[in-house]
Design a protein around this ligand. Structure first.
Ligand code: DGL
Length: 259
């Protein structure tokens, strides 16, 4: 089985991509909504939360765990690999590299949480791949909460997207990298604002392809028991409602877990 986790519903953008890439695999998703958002939390706290969830997923026979959260990847990716040598850990990193290589204006934007920008993973990726371009960094303050509520198409959310994206376009940005797994659910609204003047870079498909490569290396590409199980440390009813809104999973059972 492939395990995935996030602070909440954001990692469903990665789950969606993995389900497309690997349609016959069994997926287990853990939403740590009791502690959502992760963005403002300390790296130590996120690391401890990530370890508990990974232990839970490994105990459910997940040989591969996808950290479907940029903030948790920033704080915990390397420690998780060290603590769980028998589990393959796939992580997220802000898509600075594709954005930096595609820009024509020489200006790219990365949208992510405070925690992601504070991590070494971001600094290293930027220094390695974006030395010759200008990188504008923004952490939208209310997007995670809006997506958590399933509020992905309201006028207020569009206004919030406009407040973040318009100044980037005015500054000449032509590539916008989404460095938080909640943000792909706002792509339709971001496109309303960009009107084709900037490309939105969502790394979920690349992570899904990387997951497929890891499974192939383990000889596990043959799983034919397509299924998906969802856990939340928060409220089951509200997770189930937003799951239905954001994905094609309908009438799926959701379990509560405090781990
Ligand atoms: N989905 C998350 C990320 O990719 C976490 C957002 C949050 O909990 O602050 O960073």
């Amino acid at each position: 089985m492939i395990g995935l986790f996030d602070s909440g519903v954001g990692g469903l953008s990665v789950l969606r991509a993995i389900a497309r890439e690997l349609p016959h695999h069994s997926l287990v998703y853990f939403a740590d909504q009791k502690y959502c958002p992760y963005g403002p939390r300390s790296a130590d706290e996120i690391r401890a939360l990530s370890e508990r969830i990974t232990r839970f997923l490994a105990a459910q026979s997940c040989r591969v765990v996808v950290v479907a959260c940029n903030t948790a990847s920033a704080a915990a990716l390397y420690p998780l690999r060290a603590s769980f040598p028998d589990t393959m850990i796939v992580g997220m990193e802000p898509a600075v590299k594709p954005a930096a290589s595609a820009t024509r204006t020489g200006k790219v934007a990365v949208l992510a949480t405070k925690g992601t920008f504070a991590g070494e993973l971001y600094t290293r990726t930027r220094d390695e791949f974006a030395r010759d371009v200008e990188v504008l960094t923004v952490y939208p303050t209310d997007w995670v909460e809006r997506v958590e509520r399933g509020e992905i198409d309201s006028e207020e959310t569009l206004a919030s997207v406009r407040r973040v994206v318009e100044p980037l376009l005015d500054a000449g940005v032509d590539e916008i990298a989404l460095g938080c797994t909640h943000y792909p659910f706002l792509v339709p609204l971001i496109e309303v604002v960009t009107q084709g003047h900037a490309t939105i870079v969502d790394p979920s498909d690349a992570v899904a392809r990387q997951t497929a490569r890891v499974l192939a290396e383990l000889g596990l590409e043959q799983d034919m028991h397509k299924s998906a199980i969802f856990y939340t440390s928060g409220d089951v009813g509200s997770f189930a409602r937003v799951l239905e809104k954001l994905t094609d999973y309908k009438h799926t059972r959701v379990f509560h877990s405090d781990i």
